[in-house]
Design a protein around this ligand. Structure first.
Ligand SMILES: N=c1c2ncn([C@@H]3O[C@H](COP(=O)(O)OP(=O)(O)OP(=O)(O)O)[C@@H](O)[C@H]3O)c2ncn1[C@@H]1O[C@H](COP(=O)(O)O)[C@@H](O)[C@H]1O
Length: 101
């Protein structure tokens, strides 16, 4: 499963029944709710990272990635645009990138 596969599934859930799909249910609640869920999952991942529990962090990181993609889809931002931005930054040092912002 790639992030692109997961993003495609999430996009397809825009027209799915909210009673049979968690993703569809979340998407019907709008971009603010999706952003809120992403924030909650990010905090849970931070907690596991600071505790040093690799198994729990792995699980929470999966939740973060999934909810990031849901938030992007809800906000009308395509994963390919994010990947293109990452590709643009490739070969540029982080320090240089920061100076250009
Ligand atoms: N990767 C995920 C994924 N990760 C987490 N979740 C769901 O995200 C929810 C996380 O919510 P919480 O942890 O906050 O738990 P909760 O108690 O249910 O939520 P609250 O009521 O407390 O807010 C759970 O219901 C999880 O099942 C996911 N749901 C779906 N996917 C992927 O999306 C695909 C499509 O899913 P459906 O749309 O459900 O068919 C699936 O096949 C998976 O590949």
């Amino acid at each position: 499963m790639t992030l692109s596969d997961l993003y495609a599934t999430i996009e397809a859930r825009k027209s799915a029944n909210p009673n049979s799909s968690w993703t569809a249910k979340l998407l019907t609640q709008g971009p603010e709710k999706c952003a809120e869920k992403f924030g909650e999952e990010a905090i849970e991942a931070i907690i596991e990272a600071t505790k040093g529990d690799k198994t729990r962090l792995t699980s929470e990181a999966a939740d973060v990635l999934y909810h990031l993609l849901v938030m992007l889809a809800a906000s009308g931002v395509h994963l390919n645009d994010v990947l293109a931005e990452l590709a643009r930054r490739q070969g540029t040092s982080g320090i240089e990138e920061k100076a250009n912002r």
